[in-house]
Design a protein around this ligand. Sequence first.
Ligand SMILES: NC(=O)c1ccc[n+]([C@@H]2O[C@H](COP(=O)([O-])OP(=O)(O)OC[C@H]3O[C@@H](n4cnc5c(N)ncnc54)[C@H](O)[C@@H]3O)[C@@H](O)[C@H]2O)c1
Ligand SMILES: O=C(O)C(=O)C[C@]1(C(=O)O)C=C[C@@H](O)C=C1
Length: 302
Amino acid sequence: MSYDKVALIGLGLIASSMYWAMKRAGMAAHVSGYARSSETRETARRIGLCDTVCDSAEEAVKDADLIVLAVPVGAMGRVAEAIAPHLKPGATVTDVGSVKKAVIDEVGPHIPEGVNFVPAHPMAGTEHSGPESGFASLYDNRWCLIVPHGASEEATAALETYWQALGANTQRMEPAHHDLVCAVVSHVPHLIAYTMVGVADDLRRVSDQEVIKFSAAGFRDFTRIAASDPTMWRDVFLTNKEASLEILGRFTEELFALQRAIRTGDGDTLFDYFTHTREIRRGILQAGQDTDAPDFGRIRKE
Ligand SMILES: NC(=O)c1ccc[n+]([C@@H]2O[C@H](COP(=O)([O-])OP(=O)(O)OC[C@H]3O[C@@H](n4cnc5c(N)ncnc54)[C@H](O)[C@@H]3O)[C@@H](O)[C@H]2O)c1
Ligand SMILES: O=C(O)C(=O)C[C@]1(C(=O)O)C=C[C@@H](O)C=C1
């Protein structure tokens, strides 16, 4: 089953990349879009993002077969409530939120009888946000996690086919497992990057710009991650509290162990630890999942 009309609610990095990927794939679907701010809607019109940019979410979802909620996690419930009375029977609502249990709890109760809700989460992104940050290849060879949670097999399979057409590989996952996995591979690493850049900034005040001036690749990688959208990440930590705290606890334990190894001059422990982590990086590269940032010199529609 393919969708004749797709509505994108929220027109930032994730939705705009979906639009360009749909066009690249030659999907015939008519795409309507809506974002809360009139400035974003104007930008979308100017750059040709979406076939129709609507001034209300209700108008955008009218007659849509697939509705994609691409707003910060904390706004998902409100948006779902607003569009619920205007959804077409048989339509599928999905989302792209970085957290799944909270989205299911907030959005699920608003989905009317006869409408499918299939939560999803593309494991792809950048530190950029807004309607002009998207590009067609964002999802190529990346994972999109599908969290059916009671949706019909037909609706779930159709959404998988859709994401595969956008270039992604799909995998089904349970909500709680999803949130734990993402806390490990995405959420807590972001928190660590935010913290490290904050620490360096503190130091900068006493070291006269040296931290910025001499920062090499390692620290620059941290600053890229720490430049990510504050609203999105605030919502991620507020809504994935349990798993984030669990992983942070484990992180702190490991950090203390390494701290102790440094203090006691235990080179073997440090060497073994770093050897093991290097193998993990090599494993990721071999699986073709290098997470290096995309080249933003490329044309958006490429
Ligand atoms: N950025 C990433 O790396 C990434 C990756 C995967 C998933 N996600 C998830 O995708 C979602 C969108 O992220 P993004 O990076 O595209 O963000 P973004 O900041 O680029 O875009 C968000 C869009 O939502 C709009 N918006 C905010 N509140 C709204 C509301 N109440 N009603 C209508 N529109 C509203 C904003 O105007 C903007 O157009 C988030 O839930 C995020 O967790 C992000
Ligand atoms: O590549 C980046 O900049 C990202 O942060 C993308 C990233 C990640 O942590 O991998 C961020 C949030 C998501 O929900 C999914 C992907």
